[in-house]
Write a protein that binds this ligand. Structure first.
Ligand SMILES: *Cc1c(COP(=O)(O)O)cnc(C)c1O
Length: 405
């Protein structure tokens, strides 16, 4: 007889109890000589990014948990002064509630049991919706209390690296109707949007806030919160965004178009955590200009696959201080059998790189480890904290040259 079981796709990261705390990635590699990928967390970088964002944003900042839900990263966010968390699932609510207090359930389509548990067991009071069906569902599954309801507004497709306009959000006229319908049931009423992830254009926020202002006026009811979402971009090789201040200026401009007294929220993910993790992969074989490594698009490197993001990277070589040969452009293949498991880069690495060498790949704190799967059984990895500086892309190495050893 078969039993019904529930199972998560990825077993929790295998932590190595024997890894001594190691201040640097190089030290770690020399000690471990790791044959599985190693996720190196840099909580200090996350705390700094959280503090900077919180200081610059004229309102409440909610961290979008889906971007990276490692407890170390969550604690680093909190250490930077961010006390609100944007959750999208029952599992995120459960994890976060065991650590922090201020949770907001910001997914427009929720199961009834997830709403009930969030409200009754975990004290979550704010919920997003973009249809009347979801509004009635939330009202039916929550009880007495100061409910917060936030209407997600659809935006026209923009220029962000990841368009988020196709799936969620109510068209302006529907959003106005939802605001009217929700108002009598809401202690706090908000309107939210998402301009798309890694959005390089500050004016996208001004435009979206003007749309939100129009919807508020069209609704004829008082709105308490405008949530400007996430999407704030970070540095990747070949992709240098305007400074955070330009986005904040655009948001202040947008805020000027809103009725008085409205509070702002933001839900950044990527901008807070991208620099907070790197992955050390090992080269298992070289074939011409291709390196077969032990993590790939079904692991932490999915953005390096079809989306074609480039990441800062450098060679780490066991034991020796042997200088690397002249740099060469290479392609990486991940470990699974799927020929889509390829990361074209180009990855510029010393020309003599080969089996047994390691590559540290940076800026993987956002949507890196969070997107891992167990496909083909390649879900073994180590996770550890390091204290050295992130492999950030500074202006002098945007050409992706390996960091000087
Ligand atoms: C993913 C997501 C975010 C975070 O987006 P980033 O681009 O990582 O800043 C914020 N809000 C919602 C509703 C999201 O789905």
């Amino acid at each position: 007889m078969s039993h019904i079981r529930t199972r998560t796709a990825v077993s929790p990261l295998h932590r190595s109890a024997s890894v001594p705390p190691c201040p640097s990635v190089d030290g770690l590699v020399q000690i471990l000589q790791p044959e599985n990928p190693v996720y190196c967390l840099r909580p200090a970088a996350v705390t700094e990014a959280a503090r900077d964002f919180q200081a610059a944003f004229p309102g409440d900042v909610l961290y979008a948990v889906k971007c990276n839900a490692e407890p170390t990263i969550l604690r680093a966010i909190a250490a930077g002064g961010i006390t609100h968390f944007d959750c999208a699932s029952d599992a995120e609510v459960r994890l976060l509630r065991s650590m922090f207090a201020e949770l907001h359930f910001m997914h427009p389509v929720k199961s009834r049991s997830a709403i009930r548990a969030a409200w009754h067991d975990f004290g979550v009071r704010d919920f997003v919706l973009d249809t009347a069906d979801e509004l009635w569902k939330i009202l039916a599954e929550t009880g007495e209390g100061a409910r917060g309801l936030v209407v997600r507004l659809a935006l026209p497709k923009g220029s962000a690296a990841y368009d988020l306009s196709g799936k969620f959000g109510a068209e302006p006229a529907v959003a106005a109707e939802l605001l009217r319908a929700a108002r009598p049931h809401a202690a706090r009423l908000g309107i939210s949007f998402h301009v798309g992830s890694q959005c390089m254009d500050p004016a996208a926020w001004t435009r979206a806030m003007k749309m939100a202002a129009d919807v508020i006026i069209m609704s004829g009811v008082a709105v308490d919160i405008v949530d400007v979402g996430g999407g704030f971009p970070v540095l990747y090789p070949g992709s240098q965004p305007p400074p955070l201040a330009a986005f904040m200026a655009a948001i202040r401009e947008g805020a000027a178009a809103l009725p008085r007294g409205i509070k702002l929220w933001a839900e950044p993910g990527r901008a807070l955590v991208a620099s907070g993790a790197s992955v050390v992969v090992q080269v298992q074989q070289r074939r011409g200009n291709a390196l077969y490594v032990n993590d790939g698009v079904y692991g932490a490197l999915s953005d390096a696959g079809a989306p074609g993001f480039r990441f800062p990277h450098r060679l780490i070589r066991a034991g020796s201080s042997r200088p690397g040969a002249a740099p060469q452009e290479l392609v990486l293949f991940g470990p699974t059998c799927d020929s889509a498991d390829v990361m074209k880069g180009p990855w510029t690495l010393p020309g003599d790189i080969g089996e047994g060498d390691w590559i540290e790949i940076g800026q993987l704190g956002a949507y890196g480890t969070a997107l891992r799967t167990a496909f083909n059984g390649f879900d073994r990895a180590l996770v550890t904290e390091v204290a050295d500086a992130p492999l950030l892309v500074s202006p002098q190495n945007v050409t992706n040259a390996p960091r000087a050893a």
